[in-house]
Write a protein that binds this ligand. Structure first.
Ligand code: PLP
Length: 224
């Protein structure tokens, strides 16, 4: 099965507009399969568990041009490791975490990773992320966190929605980013929209995604 990884990556890449960054989501995927993806040109890898990611980073440390993306729910007590070991954190999903990241960055002498705010544009049982009104309300308070490079929005849509609903969801995120941009907060830009997974990424790209996060469509179904 892994023999298809190269071919799948090439097929996907042929359909992508040049401004879209393809992140290979490698939770539960072997290091050997990740090396194949690397050889096929992937430089962005997404993981959603800190411990699994650190073990893989250790094994892949010779590949110094990999950019690591944290995509999982970030517990406050793992925030420091996430700051130290990732180039992007896509899942800033609550004010307490944002405050913690700022506090840690004042102590750590590192270049901070880029941060994305996780938003839920549709009614969603997922307990993580802000609804659009919640995010608009909390965002001005983030001005106090000057050290945080907030670069855009991230979304995970609910499972089992229609493509019409998915399109609406992605467009709401895009419109929200435009609205936020107009507020001109000093440390907040909306350069990046991380949206689109294996089942819905063409719709996300149509709505303006700049990062898509693909697991199964590259590596096959996950066994666990
Ligand atoms: C697992 C995961 C993905 C990839 O999902 P696929 O359906 O396998 O493409 C993308 N984003 C996040 C946050 C994930 O946890």
């Amino acid at each position: 099965m892994t023999g298809n990884i190269t071919k799948r990556i090439e097929e996907i890449r042929n359909t992508l507009p040049p401004q879209v960054r393809l992140i290979a989501v490698t939770k539960t995927v072997s290091v050997a399969a990740m090396q194949q993806a690397y050889d096929a040109g992937i430089r962005d890898f997404g993981e959603n568990k800190i411990q699994e990611a650190l073990a893989k980073q250790e094994q892949l440390k010779a590949y110094t041009d990999i950019r690591w993306h944290f995509l999982g729910h970030l517990q406050t007590n793992k925030a420091k490791l996430a700051l130290q070991h990732f180039h992007w954190i896509h899942t800033c999903d609550r004010a307490k975490l944002v405050k913690r990241l700022d506090h840690l960055l004042q102590q750590l002498e590192i270049t901070p990773p880029n941060l994305l705010l996780q938003v839920k544009p549709l009614a969603d049982p997922n307990k993580y992320g802000w609804t659009i009104p919640e995010l608009l309300e909390v965002l001005p308070t983030f001005q106090q966190y000057q050290s945080l490079p907030i670069k855009g929005l991230m979304t995970i849509l609910p499972l089992n929605i229609s493509s019409q609903q998915a399109q609406v969801g992605f467009e709401k995120v895009r419109d929200l980013a435009q609205q936020i941009e107009q507020t001109h907060l000093p440390n907040v830009t909306m350069e990046e929209l991380s949206m689109g997974m294996s089942d819905d990424y063409p719709l996300a790209i149509e709505a303006g995604a700049t990062m898509i996060r693909l697991g199964r469509t590259i590596f096959g179904e996950r066994s666990n």
